[in-house]
Design a protein around this ligand. Structure first.
Ligand code: PNS
Length: 163
């Protein structure tokens, strides 16, 4: 059975992520969406549990996709779950340098291969951080994240939790 990992912070999941997850699910028997527990990032918008809930809701129609958390090295998580590959979306050339470096490092560490899927042009400018910023200042993110995610983002900012 072929198992792929789609790793990331997913804070929050965007339509770009979902496009990559859906397309990955067509090529592998199982897809594990691996949400990092210890991102080197400043304050998060959503808790890990909220991110898992949103990912589960938005991938509920995909029978071979499940959500899991990981901590530490992605290659260790891959080994624990018997994953054959890592799959990442490439949005633009600007992603390439860093993604190539990570792919080569992961290959060196454990021999695991990374496959890149080109992001759909309609999502090529999307990132969770930009979406967070737009939503924070009241911009319309309805074409960037699923409606349920947009609603949750609006609720967080309305409550003033993320000034
Ligand atoms: O959504 P992000 O924040 O761009 O995801 C980055 C992520 C989580 C995929 C990357 O930081 C990662 O794989 N971290 C795990 C730690 C690790 O294995 N580091 C060595 C990679 S070369």
């Amino acid at each position: 059975m072929s198992i792929a990992l789609c790793p990331g912070s997913f804070d929050p999941v965007t339509l770009g992520h979902l496009d990559i997850i859906e397309r990955t699910s067509r090529h592998f028997d199982e897809v594990i969406v691996a949400v990092i527990r210890n991102p080197q990032k400043s304050k998060s918008l959503f808790t890990l549990e909220e991110r898992q809930e949103m990912l589960s809701e938005e991938t509920a129609h995909l029978d071979n996709v499940r959500i899991a958390f990981f901590k530490g090295l992605l290659v260790d998580f891959a080994a624990e779950h018997g994953a054959d590959a890592i799959v990442k979306g490439l949005r633009a050339v600007s992603d390439f340098d860093y993604e190539l470096q990570m792919a080569q490092m992961n290959q060196r560490l454990s021999g695991i291969d990374t496959f890149f899927i080109s992001t759909s042009p309609k999502h090529s400018f999307l990132s969770s951080s930009l979406v967070r910023e737009v939503a924070k200042y009241g911009g319309d993110v309805s074409s960037m994240v699923p409606p349920r995610v947009a609603k949750r983002m609006a609720e967080v900012f309305e409550r003033g939790e993320m000034e």
